[in-house]
Design a binder for this molecule. Sequence first.
Ligand code: ADP
Length: 434
Amino acid sequence: MFDKILIANRGEIALRGLRAGKELGIPTVAVHSTADADAMHVRLADESVCIGPPPARDSYLNIPALLAACEITGADAVHPGYGFLSENARFAEILGEHGVQFIGPKPEHIRLMGDKIEAKRTARRLGIPTVPGSDGAIASEGQAQTLAREVGYPVLVKASAGGGGRTARAEAKAAFGDDAVYLEKYLQQPRHIEIQVLGDGQGRAIHLGERDCSLQRRHQKVLEESPSPALNTAERDAIGEIVAKAARELKYLGVGTVEFLYEDGRFYFIEMNTRIQVEHPVTEMITDIDLILEQIRIAYGAELTIAQKDVKFHGHAIECRINAENPVSFRPSPGKIVHYHPPGGMGVRIDSAVYQGYSIPPHYDSLLGKLIVHGKSRAECLMRLKRALDEFVVDGIETTLPLFRALVRDKDILDGSYHIHWLEEFLASGRMAE
Ligand code: ADP
């Protein structure tokens, strides 16, 4: 096994990586910016290295500083978490050139999926259903208009370099330094349903079911659940097998998520994320498979030992992403947590790096923690989630807890009847006003 793992991240996902390292008996290294000197991930690691000033580009994104930290501590593997350098193929390569293993997919797969035109083309080649649209980059306005009439308006023009659902060539160039754009039919009221895959890079791969992440605000996921209230076993098995087969053909290594829009019983590929996702715990809760542990084992070169038939889905799990934000305006609310009492009891899991007396710095995203609840059925899970949310105390800053307390009492949520625009419509309706 690895001698020592460096976690190139902060917050709850850094803790998640440290916990997996500890369970495997591997010493861990935390890295931190000067703003994070008091952070929990620094306290829980065996060693820590300060890698720069507060702005992420000077610390958590600073590749030379991270390499130096590996060198000083003797770390021979890096877990990137999500965000930051987790989907940076060059970072994975540079680590390799220095004899350090990147705990993630092969660089060529990171690169392939980072180019959304190539990703979509690959998906189609591998038999994954995609959104009707252009077969690659669009060359002219005329071509776009012809295509749009073919697939039917409305359509979306998306940047190949991706990120944030943005549109149009000039904007793509300014935002991503790449002006390639492609055209896609705009689906009116789809759900966002994604499939978790796990592969060993040698041609073995399985799927771990789906996560329904339709509750979004500005394309940011807010609440995720598994199984999806919209799928039955046959549908799950069918789309899961398509994705697992594609991962086997690619010889995909590590964890990955294939994201789909789902409308009228059909799946449409939108992208593949080549990293662990924020919402991975809902899958862990219903499969009893530790995804981070599997990531580490497989990055070390171990074979996948779980067969598809061994994957058993049991019960239901829901995750709430609780942010340090005003629950109505969503304005970030950094500052000191004066009182903190997380919920507990059966079926309740908190993945968070905050503690009483901790000051949330203003430099990073506002995720305060994830509340993940498991139950035998969706109804039990929702009952448990309701009481867990009512127990949760965070004083001194504003949080989005009131939003979730409202959501678990809403009829559409209780019925599982929602789509990707539902949450924004709910917020616009004023039902959340204080
Ligand atoms: P990005 O990489 O910018 O996040 P995605 O392709 O993942 O872009 O899309 C982000 C979100 O935009 C999706 O979760 C969905 O809400 C919306 N979206 C993307 N493609 C379509 C489409 N063809 N029709 C309707 N909504 C879409």
